[in-house]
Every structure is written in structure tokens, then in C-alpha cells.
Design a protein around this ligand. Structure first.
Ligand code: SF4
Length: 386
């Protein structure tokens, strides 16, 4: 098997499979997920096969991403069944095939099975190496399970591994964060995602925040992001997207294609698709989705016919978050109708405010200050575009 590093292709078609099962709900989580029951698993797998049979992709699938939920929670026989259905659909061995696994679900038999299928990238949700923070997040795993799982992943032969870390945790100091970053660098994964904790409405942490049991300190959080970005860059990782870092050649191609507004097909409850100029999602409810697949109802939610203006807008918003920034020339070539003068004026105003720099008078890249204010810039841009 190859190293799992592939060049980002301009015309990639991705397949996202949502596995909506989790053993318990983490305190920060707002993703759609359910506790698994055997009868639901069988119906779910049959539904995934049905959805794949409904769609005839117009080109082979380049990248596959199994996310959740916790895909690694599926027993090995179920992973095999889903994997074989995906391979048949893909029309080729995918160049990059990622499976998300929680440390407590990583087992040697599952890893061997995934390797045999052709999975070449494992993404593991570590969040923190410190027990007290894991407890505070409501995560089921403990630090020793992270080390054991990582060891098994490497022994199984995976050479492209992502670890997810969470930053700006309640009560986290720079020293706590430094400890996590040192630990993650010692493990030496090819890819790292460092997401800041967000308090999504109706999650257990959001309730604690609204009751004043935990506090958020936005200024301190900004210091923690800055510290993380500098630490990981110094450690040799390329900060290729605002929350993502990789060693050269190990960027997540599936996600890059999504951020570049290419095309992907999503299957499973709540999965979103962007295919043949239509954006849509599946019902975010296992029972509804099961009823639909079992009765052959191809019901799509939030259907949006994509115009060039929609794609241009999203390409700019997501493009600004990427380390390589946005080339105005490339934008003009891809979107001939784009209002280039207005766009240049917008970027120049960001430059005046010290939020972007221009490379070769063409490529706009966020500065450190710009990265810290990326969400605000996106809102400002949407106001301008809307
Ligand atoms: S494992 Fe992931 S999807 Fe499941 S509850 Fe935790 S954060 Fe949410």
C-alpha cells in the first residue's frame, strides 16, 4: 500500500460516509449521532448500500472519508460490509481513504481489516492528553488508550495519521496546552487538526457556560491559538488551513477539495453533498433516513441549486482560511463573471487594516491578526456580497 499522500487534484470527486453512532455524547458535541443497537446497525448498512446504488457517479471516486459519529465503533464485519460497498461504488481504489476512530474503538482486528480494504489514513480524536480535560469534555477515553491506539495504528502499517486536538478548553493554561502540543509532536503524526472548543447551543458544556459553572476568556483563547500555531509551525508542520497542520504532502485531500468547493457525494443520515451544481443534505434523523431508504424515497433536504455567485462566495470564505490564500487571477479564471474590481477593493481594505498581505500583487493571505479575526472577516465579506 502507498503512503497515502496524494497530490490535490483539481477535479477530484469525494465520497463522504456518515456513521451516526457514538457510545455516548461528548459534552461539547452538536453533531448528529445516536447510540448503536444491533438491529439499527443492520438496517443502517442496508441503507448505505441502497444510497450507493441510487447514485451513478460520473467519474471515479478519488477520496473517501468516513466520519461521524464514530465510524470506528462499527464491528469489523460491519466495516468490511460498508467498505466493500464503497469500493464497488468508487470504481477504483481511492487515492485517499480516511476513517475516523475514537481511541477507545481502535482495535488490531479492525485496523487489519481497514488496511486490507485499502484505507490509508486514520484520523483519531485525541482532544487532550490530560485526564482532567478529557473528563471535562465528557470523552470516554483516557490517555493510556490514546498511546495504545496510536501504537496499534502504526503497527498495523498506517503511514498517514491525523490526530485531533482541542484548544481553548475551560481552565486551560498555556502550560497545559504546551504539554498537549509536546506530547502530540512526540507521537509525530503526519497531520494535526487543532480546533478551538466552541460552545454549541444545547450541548452539556453550553449549559454549564450559561449557568456560569465554566467561563470563556476570549482574549486568553486568542493567546492559546497563537501559541498553538507558532508551536506547530516551529515543529515543522505546515499551517495549511486555519485549524489544520500537516507535514509536506500530507494535507487532507478530501477536505481540501471540499474547501475549494469541488464536488463530493455524502451518504448516511445528515450527510451533505455538493454534486452536479446542487447542494443538499440527507435527513438528520436515523429513523427518518431508514424509513426513506427502506421505502425507496430519495428525499433531499436543504436543496440549493448552486450559481456561480454561490460558489465564488464560498470559495473566497474557505479559501481565505487556507495557508495558500486566494489568487485573484485564479479566481477570475474560474469565475469569469466575478466582480474583480470590487473584490480587489475588499482585499486591499483588509491589507490596509493589516489583515492580509499580497504575494506577487495577486495572492491574498491572512496575516496572524487576520487569522485571529477570520470569522469576522467572513461575516464582513458576506455582508458585502449579500
Ligand atoms: S465521539 Fe465525536 S461525534 Fe461522537 S459524541 Fe463525541 S464528539 Fe460527538
Amino acid at each position: 500500500m502507498g503512503r497515502g499522500r496524494v497530490k490535490a487534484k483539481e477535479t477530484g470527486l469525494g465520497l463522504y460516509c456518515h456513521v451516526p453512532f457514538c457510545a455516548s455524547t461528548c459534552d461539547f458535541c452538536a453533531f448528529y449521532q445516536e447510540k448503536p443497537h444491533r438491529k439499527d446497525l443492520d438496517r443502517y448498512l442496508a441503507g448505505m448500500e441502497k444510497e450507493l446504488a441510487w447514485i451513478q457517479p460520473d467519474r471515479p471516486i478519488d477520496t473517501v472519508f468516513w466520519g461521524g459519529g464514530t465510524p470506528g465503533l462499527l464491528p469489523a464485519t460491519d466495516l468490511k460490509r460498508l467498505g466493500e460497498a464503497v469500493l464497488e461504488f468508487a470504481q477504483q481504489q481511492p487515492l485517499e481513504w480516511t476513517v475516523e476512530m475514537a481511541p477507545s474503538t481502535v482495535k488490531p482486528d479492525k485496523l487489519k481489516l481497514l488496511r486490507d480494504l485499502g484505507v490509508n489514513r486514520i484520523s483519531m480524536g485525541v482532544q487532550s492528553f490530560q485526564e482532567s480535560f478529557l473528563e471535562g469534555l465528557g470523552r470516554l477515553h483516557r490517555p493510556r488508550q490514546i498511546y495504545q491506539a496510536y501504537d496499534w495504528i502504526r503497527v498495523a502499517g498506517f503511514e498517514n495519521v491525523n490526530l485531533d486536538l482541542m484548544i481553548a478548553l475551560p481552565g486551560q493554561t498555556v502550560d497545559d496546552l504546551k504539554n498537549d502540543l509536546e506530547e502530540v509532536c512526540r507521537l509525530d503524526p503526519e497531520h494535526l487538526s487543532a480546533y478551538c472548543l466552541t460552545f454549541e447551543e444545547d450541548t452539556a458544556l453550553w449549559v454549564k457556560l450559561s449557568q456560569g459553572k465554566i467561563k470563556q476568556d476570549i482574549e486568553k483563547d486568542a493567546d492559546l491559538y497563537e501559541f498553538t500555531w507558532e508551536f506547530l509551525t516551529d515543529a515543522g508542520y505546515d499551517h495549511y488551513e486555519i485549524s489544520n497542520f500537516s507535514k509536506p504532502g500530507f494535507e487532507c485531500v478530501h477536505n481540501l477539495n471540499t474547501w475549494k468547493m469541488k464536488e463530493w457525494i455524502g451518504i448516511g443520515p445528515s450527510a451533505a453533498s455538493q454534486y452536479r451544481n446542487i447542494r443538499y443534505s440527507n435527513a438528520a434523523d436515523l429513523d427518518v433516513w431508514l424509513d426513506q431508504t427502506e421505502s425507496d424515497v430519495k428525499n433531499r433536504c436543504e436543496v440549493q441549486l448552486l450559481t456561480e455567485a454561490d460558489l465564488l462566495e464560498d470559495t473566497i470564505i474557505f479559501g481565505l482560511r487556507m495557508g495558500q490564500g486566494i489568487s485573484l487571477n485564479e479566481l477570475q479564471q474560474r469565475f469569469p463573471q466575478a466582480p474583480m474590481e470590487e473584490l480587489r477593493t475588499f482585499f486591499v481594505s483588509l491589507e490596509t487594516d493589516g489583515l492580509v498581505t499580497f504575494e506577487n500583487n495577486d495572492r491574498a493571505k491572512l496575516t496572524l491578526k487576520g487569522k485571529l479575526l477570520a470569522d469576522k472577516i467572513a461575516v464582513e465579506f458576506l455582508g458585502l456580497a449579500g
